[in-house]
Design a protein around this ligand. Sequence first.
Ligand SMILES: [Zn+2]
Length: 238
Amino acid sequence: MKLTILGKYGPYPRRGGATTSYLIECGGKRVLLDAGSGSLSRLQQFCALDDLDLIVLTHLHSDHCSDMFVLRYALKDKLLPVLLPHTPEKEYGILHACPCFEAMEISESLDFTIPETNVKLSFCRTIHPVECYAVKFREGQDSFVFSGDSRYTDHLTDFCSGAVTFLCDSGFLSAEENTGALPHMYVREAAFTARRAGVGRLLLTHINPSYEEEMLLSEAAEVFRPVEIVEEMKQYHI
Ligand SMILES: [Zn+2]
């Protein structure tokens, strides 16, 4: 499987950047995993929009799905399957009503095989202000997990167990501790999740543009290695 970083920022992009979005190539298919702002422009440097086989949206916050509302103008003669949460109702309703999207609701009981492949998808509910799911791609013995957005949860840690690559929401530095209930993991918690789950490699994403990346990386590396902050437009074998 191959991961291409289209956008790594959240909740808004750095100048010249894009918010959370990834292209996963697996089993000869192309899957768009989240569709943040700026992602469609980036995606077309790797494939045509019509070449997508599936879209997976972890949740319907704008930094993860805003370009879906643009993609609907681009797909003319195609019905594209979209796995997404059923709520919030307003955003779901708009996407469900688009004739170019075949909406399929995500749940923890869903076991989805990408058609004509041996790649299986499974989902884990996370802790976030809206309905959100981590997603696992499994091909043979290998698995890749993307956290979506989440606070720390043992449930997600169990879900990640043994993953070759774990791409994780790394929303906050420890300096933000004691500032109240936050919707993302501290980067130390992302690293702790990786360590407890025994993953092969931790990739940090959902980077707040106001942070120095070196600070995020050093806080994570104190807890788990190998770890790196993903680079936009870079490709990773996962
Ligand atoms: Zn979110």
